[in-house]
Design a protein around this ligand. Structure first.
Ligand SMILES: [Zn+2]
Length: 438
């Protein structure tokens, strides 16, 4: 008898502790309550990314993000040009005014537009020095360039950078078709410049006019992400770029996001940040086991977003991998079912929406009512969030309704606890969600 009473008591306790949790709703850290996320990104839009890598991605049903150089695509409105006074005036001025930190950006911006073959290389060299914080050396490079220009050491002609040339063959029609297959396309600027050495008018031209062509050809969804070439984190360039693109792979502004850049050798360790963006680049020299280890590291954590960067494919583009290598690697990622593979833009949207969302739930008779809202710009932030709502243990199946859409969901039990919850996708700022016995 005593035993029976204690069993009854403990049952009541269990029921009441379960009752407290019923209706409790949270937004899972990652979509579908996964342990982490992976974004596969490609830079420069070299042609085999589309001809060879996209078929591999599609066969595995994996989405990717492609940062493309918009100026070289036929039909684009904006192409590389120098915004400023006549370049002849700039060349003449260099004979009497040495390069300094105030005029270097104008001179470096004009370098590719002097009608000569060779000076563009100096734009890149000076840009990489400014990116590395070596302004004095960059000034010397630009002085050397204009001395050679004045001495007539370059042949007339038009020079494009390698990335620009490797992207030859892409059309907007093709890109729209790949986007319809679930891939994200995003700006890698008009000409793939070194943003760090552009002056204000040319910086704004590269950022905004590339976005204008993305908008015109692809629509607003594809103006969300961007990548300043060469992974620049130049402070000045980032200030301009963040005003134009809400999500930059170069760098994000969020205090709750720790970023490990591609050049940083460290692995995600302990952190008090909610999320870690772990960037890694796969190049010709990267051993496959190392690339797989990045995925393992991400799967073993709970807060990590692996952002992978690739360039060339099958011989075309910088540091190419073969499509066979990509197939092996992407299959490995796909097999990690604890990871969500989403585009750079969608993962950004998800985590920002989650950070800005309010979820409220109330038990109402035999139903649970849930509302989900966020304060972000609704035209840019529209991805569904995964909600986790605790339901009575007696419910075997659960019906989740939002607006005129209903789905039947099977609850998941928590081992060792008599609690059950359901996972479902919900759209923020839309109709309230009703949860009932299915
Ligand atoms: Zn690039």
């Amino acid at each position: 008898m005593k035993k029976l009473i204690s069993t009854a008591l403990s049952l009541m306790l269990f029921v009441s502790s379960n009752a407290q949790v019923i209706g409790k709703t949270e937004i899972t850290q990652w979509r579908d309550d996964k342990k982490g996320a992976v974004s596969i990104t490609f830079d420069d839009g070299s042609i085999n990314q589309f001809k060879q890598a996209i078929p591999v991605l599609n066969s595995l049903k994996l989405p990717a993000t492609f940062f493309i150089i918009t100026g070289q695509i036929p039909g684009s409105q904006y192409h590389g040009k120098f915004i400023g006074r006549p370049v002849k005036d700039i060349i003449n001025e260099t004979a009497t005014v040495p390069t300094n930190k105030d005029n270097i950006f104008e001179r470096a911006s004009a370098a590719g537009y002097l009608g000569l073959v060779g000076p563009l290389d100096y734009h890149y060299k000076a840009g990489s020095l400014v990116d590395a914080g070596k302004m004095d050396e960059a000034i010397k490079v630009i002085d050397e360039l204009y001395l050679k220009v004045r001495n007539g050491e370059f042949k007339p002609g038009i020079q494009h950078n390698v990335e620009y040339a490797d992207a030859h063959g892409t059309t907007w029609n093709d890109i729209r078709r790949y986007a319809a297959q679930g891939h994200e396309f995003a700006s890698h600027m008009i000409t793939h410049p070194r943003l760090a050495v552009l002056d204000e008018p040319n910086m704004i031209y590269e950022l905004e006019k590339s976005k204008a062509d993305m908008l015109k050809q692809m629509g607003p969804k594809y103006t969300f992400s961007g990548e300043g070439p060469f992974g620049t984190e130049n402070e000045r360039a980032m200030q301009y770029a963040h005003k134009v693109y809400p999500a930059l792979r170069n760098r994000m502004p969020e205090p709750w996001l720790k970023e490990i850049s591609r050049s940083d050798k460290s692995n995600p360790g302990n952190t008090d940040k909610e999320y870690i963006q772990f960037q890694r680049g796969g190049t010709t020299k990267t051993p496959m086991p190392m690339m797989k280890a990045w995925v393992d590291t991400t799967a073993n954590k709970n807060n990590t977003w692996l952002v992978l960067t690739f360039h060339g494919v099958d011989g075309i583009g910088w540091e190419p991998l073969t499509h066979q290598q990509l197939n092996e690697y992407f299959s490995y990622i796909k097999a990690k079912q604890v990871l969500w593979v989403g585009t750079f833009g969608d993962v950004t949207r998800y985590i920002r929406e989650r950070q800005n969302a309010t979820v409220q739930s109330k038990q109402n008779g035999d139903k649970i009512n849930v509302s989900l809202t966020h304060s972000l710009n609704k035209s840019m932030y529209y991805v569904p969030l995964t909600l986790k709502t605790y339901v009575p243990e007696t419910w075997k199946t659960v019906k989740v309704t939002q607006g005129n859409k209903s789905q039947i969901v099977k609850p998941i039990g928590i081992s060792g606890k008599n609690e059950k919850y359901v996972l479902y996708q919900a759209y923020p700022n839309k109709s309230a969600i009703t949860i009932s016995r299915g």
